[in-house]
Design a protein around this ligand. Structure first.
Ligand code: NDP
Ligand code: MG
Length: 391
């Protein structure tokens, strides 16, 4: 029997890699919903190709274009954030959450609300609303599976293990585009330079976040939320080859490392086939040709985002939501050339300083409404700091 699946963020890098795997076994899947943003041509082409029931764009202004592109297909079309959440709520066995940013949270919650297994690429959901995501999954008997490569790696290393025997979790970072740049040059780095990644081929925003390590900062918090480990037990190592994705250290001294090529189809495929292992067409590593794997500590002067992540974990509550919102605004401002590369961390830190004491400890009030409101307030606050950041 085929499995009903939906892909949220189908037109993006993760979404396209997901559909690549689905296309290799079309008889195994029935596609319910595909959602996208501005890339209407891709959304329409994939909707026809996979015979999805419904196609939704986040952009109401593009609804007519989507309707025209799907004319005669009999497919339902819709637009806007609410329509995306409704599409996510349609009964499905497995839903890929691959919208970028905070916009991915509400659709993911909607998917969990109908009991679907949520394959979670959208790390922002766990950073901004980890408690809510986990409580929703629990209330509906739904499961969240990691798709971020590091978290998939940890998840795989933990199969059959007792969490009480886990001493530490180490996630690796390539170091991004500026790993080897002199520190003083970073202030003048451009968005184009930051948007090139040495090893991974990803969306623009996560690639820039890799250069600033905001991506790794989000992932440290994601690790805490996903595996419920004490923040002091989570470490980051710079690993330029991007072949070891994560390691788990146990009480007997063993370190279990997950090694694989930098191809997201591995982690997506693991979530798609879980609890089994399917056939996934990624490169098979020849370690004799790789020859060497190198590791070094992550320098917090170069990557202040890592220090900020620890502060977020220390505060808890709504602090992850504030951190993520400020990061998204700072990234927008950097892409728009309103602030420099190193100013991003300043905007985020100042937003945290301004908002943490007032807002962080409302842990009991972590409803979607509270989180959306806090996200909004943090965006306003960070936005007001942008013009000041470069002075
Ligand atoms: P992309 O930018 O490539 O794709 C983002 C997707 O979200 C696209 O389908 C885009 O539509 C859609 N989208 C953009 N804005 C909105 C919005 N406001 N509402 C609804 N949909 C929207 O991102 P990635 O695929 O790189 O990343 C997706 C998520 O996965 C992120 O959370 C990222 O951190 C995470 N991730 C990504 C990895 C990677 O290798 N790429 C690795 C690990 C995690 P359109 O393009 O049509 O405008
Ligand atoms: Mg990752």
């Amino acid at each position: 029997m085929s499995r009903a699946i939906s892909v949220l963020g189908a037109t993006g890098s993760i979404g396209q890699n997901t559909l690549d795997l689905v296309a290799r076994a079309p008889e195994a899947y029935r596609v319910v919903a595909l959602t996208g943003g501005r890339n209407i041509a891709q959304l329409a082409a994939d909707t026809r190709r996979f015979r999805a029931e419904v196609a939704v764009t986040s952009e109401p202004a593009l609804l007519d274009d989507l309707r025209a592109a799907l004319a005669g297909s009999g497919v339902e079309v819709a637009a806007g954030p609410q329509a995306i959440a409704e599409a996510a709520a349609r009964p499905a066995d497995w839903v890929m959450s691959a919208i970028v940013g905070f916009a991915g949270l509400a659709p993911g919650i909607a998917a969990l609300g109908q009991g679907a297994t949520l394959a979670l690429a959208n790390k922002e959901s766990l950073v901004a609303a980890g408690a809510l995501v986990k409580a929703t999954a629990k209330a509906h008997g739904a499961r969240v599976l990691p798709v971020d490569s590091e978290h998939s790696a940890v998840f795989q290393a933990l199969v059959g293990e007792d969490m009480a025997a886990v001493e530490r979790i180490i996630i690796t970072a390539s170091g991004g585009a500026f790993r080897d740049w002199p520190l003083e040059k970073l202030a003048s780095a451009t968005p184009e330079q930051a948007a090139t990644h040495p090893n991974w081929d990803m969306g623009q925003r996560i690639t820039i976040d890799s250069a600033s390590m905001f991506n790794k900062a989000l992932e440290v918090i994601e690790t805490r939320e996903f595996f419920d480990v004490d923040p002091d037990r989570i470490e980051v190592l710079v690993h330029p080859e991007s072949l070891v994705h994560a390691l788990v250290g146990f009480t007997d001294g063993a370190l279990m490392a997950h090694v694989g090529p930098p191809d997201m189809r591995h982690a997506i495929g693991y979530a798609l086939h879980w609890p089994d292992r399917g056939h996934v067409p990624v490169e098979r590593l020849d370690l004799s040709r790789v020859a060497q794997l190198t590791f070094r500590p992550a320098d917090e002067a170069r990557w202040p985002a890592l220090r900020l992540a620890r502060e977020v974990m220390h505060q808890g509550g709504l602090s992850g939501c504030i951190f993520n919102a400020a990061k998204e605004i700072a990234l927008d401002a950097f892409i728009a050339r309103q602030i420099g590369f190193m100013d991003m961390a300043r905007v985020v830190e100042e937003t945290m300083t301004a908002m943490f004491t007032a807002n962080c400890h409302k842990a009991a009030q972590l409803t979607l409404d509270t989180i959306v409101e806090t996200d909004h307030l943090a965006r306003e606050r960070a936005g007001a700091l942008v013009p000041l950041a470069c002075n």
